[in-house]
Design a protein. Structure first.
Length: 85
């Protein structure tokens, strides 16, 4: 594990040409991990900030409205396009 961290530090240092930026990125890792674990353990849905029991995807009504809009758009295009003979 320490060898892996050394390789990561070397790669970050060569990528940014600055040990300060490499150290800043490495210091962010524990905070990001803690935030991710907190988010997983809480019952908050990241999509809408609702409990996990609520759906996270597109609602059926939204899908139906989108389908109706697309069908209307297609019929308009058919009416507007000149007839090919």
């Amino acid at each position: 594990m320490p060898a892996t961290l050394v390789v990561i530090v070397v790669l970050l240092n060569t990528a940014f040409n600055s040990m300060r930026h490499a150290a800043l990125i490495l210091a962010d890792v524990p905070f990001a991990t803690a935030s991710g674990l907190w988010r997983c353990r809480s019952q908050v849905n990241p999509c809408r900030s609702r409990p996990r029991s609520a759906s996270c995807g597109i609602r059926r009504r939204d899908v139906e409205l989108q389908r109706a809009w697309m069908e209307e758009r297609a019929t308009r295009r058919l009416r507007q396009s000149p007839a090919k003979s």
